[in-house]
Design a protein around this ligand. Sequence first.
Ligand code: SIN
Length: 299
Amino acid sequence: MTIATDRAVSAHHAVPQAIEIRAFDGPVGAEVLGLDLSQPLAAEDFARIHRAHLDHHVLVFRDQRITPEEQIAFSRRFGPLQIHVLHQFQLSGHPEVLIVSNIVEDGKPIGLGDAGHFWHSDLSYKETPSLGSMLHAQELPSEGGDTLFANMHLAWDTLPAHLRTAVEGRSAEHTYLAKYAELQKRSPWRPNLSAEQIAQVKPVVHPVVRTHPETGRKALFISEHFTTRIIGLPEDESQQLLEELFAHSVRPEHLYTHKWAEHDMVFWDNRSLMHLAAGTPDHLRRKMYRTTIEGDVPF
Ligand code: SIN
């Protein structure tokens, strides 16, 4: 897939900003300083952000006072946006924005309250899973609400030899419905899916080890949430192998924990990472806006 370059108009008028990319002291992530995402992005700034995203996999932009339209516009610079199957939780007038929130108003949830409660890579259950996602903090709890990221390149690089041999050349099935019934039991407000929604999320098969289409690096591409089985293995062997792969992927040395601050915008690479929402105490409110950029068919 081609990454969208600057639109002619914005590139023409945009003034380069004094950006600094500061890598975290850890296995993944960097903070981008000096960039105001409400301003048009100059071509050279876009190129730096794009490069930093490939190098660090998670970018944190602090204190971004941006509108949903500005989040959508910035997200579109990286590719077309994907619309989440749970249309019940789209931001009104902006189907590209999924509301991730535990807030209930007038007896109705305003967003997907339990999004990300199992490790996953966004939309891995689609033929073309997501390139990356952006999450913009709207309302944060006074405690909890962290997001964890696991570096799946490191997970592959450090995978013990016997597991490498077991997965090389293998494919696995990913299904949106894998944990849906379990999540509905925990969160009774989770809607029943219509026949049309179920038709949008038919199981798909992807390689267990994928190659990043832009950097060429290999990454494990399985998740606790959506991967149901490894093709061609008996069920018990497949489950055992998946459990070992999950456990290895989320070893502490592969992780970054993002502690949210007001107006943070976080942009991660779903081709390189899994992520997990650590959870928010029920009595506290959390509201985030998520945009999801379409990627390639994994290979
Ligand atoms: C998600 O899985 O996209 C949501 C993550 C979060 O709310 O921290």
